[in-house]
Design a protein around this ligand. Sequence first.
Ligand code: ADP
Length: 456
Amino acid sequence: MRRWARAEEIVKQLEEACATPVERLRLVAEAMAAEMRAGLAVEGGSRVRMLPSFVDKLPTGDEEGLFYGLDLGGTNFRVLRVQLGGRGRRVTAQENKQVAIPPSLMFGKSDELFDFIAKELANFVASEGNDFEMQEGRQRELGFTFSFPIKQSSVSAGTLVKWTKGFNIDETVGRDVSVELTKAMERQHLDMRIAALVNDSVGTLAGGRYYEEDVSLGVILGTGTNAAYAESSDAMPKWHGLLPTSEEMVVNMEWGNFKSCHLPITEYDQGLDCESINPGEQACMYLGELVRRVLLKLAEEAYLFGNIVPPKLKEPFILITPDIAAMHRDTTSDLAVVANKLKKIFEIEGVALEIRKNVIKICDAITGRAARLAAAGIVGVLLKQGRLGSKKQHQKAVVAVDGGLFERYTAFNKCVEMTVKELLGEEASRSIVVKLANDGSGIGAALLAASHSQYS
Ligand code: ADP
């Protein structure tokens, strides 16, 4: 077969394999709702784990005082403080600082990592200015966003199940990360109580709810994906006894593990999955790597970039999502940005315009699928919440989304929003809003410290 014909065939097959017609997305949304019910019914009932967060009081906007937040979920962590002025005044002052974690601490000793974090936090506390005011005789309180798998035992305590995202410190596994941080703070003579330990999806829900009471779902679309919402105690048989007094508790869904026979799977996902350190998890989020795999196939089978396969094309993870986002929004008539990226990243030069157009098609297929599936997940939760096709239908619901992918990849976030509308139909979509809750997860932790304060 001629080269070009083979190339077109590969791209067409990809588009077909990534196709997510609305009927299929409805099935995905229904499957998500069913998995949620199964996950709530019994421990281990679903891959969607529906973990209790123990958060039973989301912030309302009435909170007052000075609260701290600490957000650790990758190679940077952030510390922040907020001064809350109560009803009508909300956040009267806010400051934050981002700190890079020295790579050596990511696989060193547990105490060294927590000492480093506590020291930065103590320095940050020491720089508290006049805009912030701690009430006499009160202890400072902290909300800790810790976005690694933990087994939560109370709203402020949980043991580390395993490190991910490049961290690997055996000693910490099985330990309560709140206790580890508290001990490190004591070593720094920092008198601070951890009032809430949450993951980023719970923080996003809390951050969204503080500003708008209609926020019913917090979603992360960043390096990974997850979601959290408040569930009524009656709907969670597996938690009997956990919540003697409250009517609701926030559920950390861990929806990144969701699987369904309705998901469109391509050979590129399967290839990535087989070679992944976490097979079966979140494969369709590695957008850049999937695009690279398609380009590699085009090079190997259609000789699209010459008679030899450009060596850089064989390097896993060399193509990152911000690069495909940049190619995807290339509006130049000759797709100069695409040409530039192919040259810079893969050292491929002189790519014909027709080929550049196909690169855009590939980005479109891979990104469009991920965005449409994220939308189906959101609609699945709305379905489970009974917000569709029932009397709650006209009640406004806001979905607060945080994460770099949603925030910075315009084609992606537009597609999520449009697909939610497409799935809901005109009538229902009038009352559902999907919006960016920028830095919801960071500020959310401080707000949860406020709503779970020992003084409230
Ligand atoms: P994390 O999820 O690790 O806490 P972020 O919320 O910042 O961190 O999300 C990082 C994700 O956002 C990565 O997948 C990254 O590739 C993606 N991202 C960052 N910048 C951009 C961009 N300009 N365009 C598209 N994706 C981006």
